[in-house]
Ligand binder design. Sequence first.
Ligand code: GLN
Length: 208
Amino acid sequence: MTAPTIGVFALQGDVREHVQMLESLGADAVPVRRPEELDRVDGLVLPGGESTTMAKLAATFGLLDPLRKRVADGMVTYGTCAGMILLADVIEDGAAGQETVGGLDVVVRRNAFGRQVDSFEADVSFDGLEPAGPVHAVFIRAPWVESCGPGVRELARVEGGPADGMVVAVRGGTQGHLLATSFHPELAGDPRVHGLFLQMVKERYERS
Ligand code: GLN
């Protein structure tokens, strides 16, 4: 395929960093604020930000149901941090009535690392990256994955410290089309996780 068109959900969150990372990898990255824009993309990034605000804005701008539909139909989607929360089927410690896009059979705990650990950085090993090797992970008021359904693969866990063993990256969805990380590779400048995501987009179009 020619360069895939990747949307970055752009009603809130760290949109610019994702756009830059995707473009540095040869993708055509476009902000998505309206349903017509969502219709045109081959894959989507849900950035970090504030998941309750993102869900509310998505509903206000008529994007929440179209997003749910495209994700359910197999659009390859990558959620970082708040984006991971939006992809989760179940949210622990969500705001009252917090809505989600869903599709990823996981329970995600919001602000999981605790208020005292607003943000921290750690090297985590991450399955399936090219070239292999640990990822320097930046966590900012991050969620973690509390439990995974049967079709979900754990890709990374925190090693050491108070959050030792917690799952912070997964791949799942009915077609293995959903990728989610608690942390922000777009801020750390490591292109390999976005590279994995673009590879998933490519594989999806090779199949269809
Ligand atoms: N704590 C935020 C939320 O609940 C996520 C933080 C982030 O995306 N960096 O949405």
